[in-house]
Design a protein around this ligand. Structure first.
Ligand code: SAH
Ligand code: SF4
Length: 388
């Protein structure tokens, strides 16, 4: 009999599993806490479970996350794990510590079928979807490894290391829908990680029908990889755009906001020299989100392109990025430039970094921006240096 990996089970499935073993639902809750709050994988150590249950589990189940191939910490504290997901495939999980939070960036697929022009994951092609256990296993492994390193006890009393999760690693989460949503539900569950929906962000290249589905099933914070201000350009950068063009994508974003834990969508925009980074592009973007068929409450996150040789693309220079950001900000759109972190351990894929400004909801008009500048100081809404 194959062993059941308990990391694959959502709360309801764990209850069902325990009931198959003749156990009451509260046992499933206890078990879930042992696994996800104490990081336990050894059933014999789960002392408040009946010995008979522990014995049954020991012969039928495991708690197993993907094996760690490498584990590197950057000089800035960023820690990257390379994880073996079998058949020569590996995915990454990256921890980015900041002053008041710790963000874990996780992967949802080995490779990616969307094949965006500027993305090295896309260039690998699609290998396979990750299972629930492989997705939540990244959080499970990282939280308890980080605690071990710092000598922090497991369990709810110990200081939580990962306060935020972003699905911005390898893969397109909305093309691995069910396992992604199950993993999200575990992140939010009070008997597991208990993260608030605002602190969990899913990033998508724009799989419109599944944006709607996510709004119904598990509305967490949403980031959308925009990268272009018109359909012709986006078709060439994000091939999925041919299927779900900008107008449909914008409408889906607005629909999603009805259910979202935040009242804006974050648009990610990878800054590519001479491709999508002119002032004209910025003005076109403003028109798209402010004056298009629908008005989209949003903020922008400009990501300096992280170059890789086969792409044939280069990063926009810093003054150009600032100019671009200024056009958006002058239109009252909160705009941040993503810092590159973990450069020295190659964890700076552009997708893997903290936001420099995340203070409040997006403001639509200049007057609002001025009010905030009065309230929070003159630097509110201004750009922070690109640190790469
Ligand atoms: N597939 C999802 C989530 C993973 S990619 C998505 O596309 O949204 C996370 C973010 O990193 C996306 O915004 C993506 O466009 C960006 N990205 C990918 N490759 C990059 C690179 N080489 N430089 C900068 N950003 C990149
Ligand atoms: Fe896939 Fe996202 Fe990379 Fe595009 S940017 S290829 S959707 S991982």
């Amino acid at each position: 009999m194959a062993l059941t990996n308990l990391l694959d089970l959502d709360p309801a499935q764990l209850v069902a599993y325990c009931s198959e073993l003749g156990e009451k639902p509260f046992r499933a809750k206890q078990l879930q806490r042992w696994i996800h709050q104490f990081g336990a994988s050894d059933f014999t150590a789960m002392t408040d479970l009946a010995k008979s249950l522990r014995d049954k589990l020991a012969t039928r189940a495991v708690v197993q996350s993907p094996a760690v191939i490498s584990d590197h910490t950057s000089t800035d504290g960023t820690r990257k794990w390379l994880l073996d997901v079998g058949q020569g495939n590996a995915v990454e999980a990256v921890f980015i510590p900041e002053e008041n939070r710790g963000t874990l960036c996780i992967s949802t697929q080995a490779g990616c079928a969307v094949n965006c022009r500027f993305c090295s994951t896309g260039k690998q092609g699609f290998n396979r979807n990750l299972t629930v256990g492989e997705i939540i296993g990244q959080l499970w492994m990282a939280e308890f490894e980080l605690r071990k390193t710092k000598g922090i006890e497991p369990g709810p009393k110990g200081e939580r290391q990962i306060t935020n999760v972003v699905m911005m690693g390898m893969g397109e989460p909305l093309l691995n829908y069910e396992p992604t949503v199950t993993a999200l539900k575990l992140m939010l569950d009070d008997n597991a990680y208990g993260l608030s929906r605002r602190r969990v962000t899913l990033s998508t290249s724009g799989v419109v029908p599944n944006i709607d589905k996510l709004g119904q099933d598990c509305p967490v914070a949403l980031a959308v990889s925009l990268h272009a201000s018109n359909d012709a350009l986006r078709d060439s950068l994000v091939p999925l755009n041919k299927k779900y063009p900008l107008k449909e994508l914008m409408a889906a974003c607005v629909r999603y906001l009805e259910f979202a834990p935040r009242d804006f969508v974050t648009f990610e925009y990878c800054m590519l020299d001479g491709v999508n980074d002119t002032e004209q592009h910025a003005r076109e973007l403003v028109a798209l989100v402010r004056h298009g068929a629908v008005l989209v409450p949003c903020k922008f996150n400009l990501i300096p392109f992280n170059p890789f040789p086969e792409s044939g693309l280069t990063r926009s220079n810093n003054p150009q990025i600032k100019l671009f950001a200024q056009v958006l900000m002058d239109a009252g759109i909160v705009t941040t430039i993503r810092k590159t972190r973990g450069d020295d351990i190659d964890a700076a894929c552009g997708q893997l970094a903290g936001e420099v400004q995340d203070r409040t909801k997006v403001q639509e008009r200049m007057q609002k921006m001025a009010e905030y500048q009065q309230k929070f100081g003159k630097d509110f809404g201004r750009l922070v240096e690109v640190t790469s």
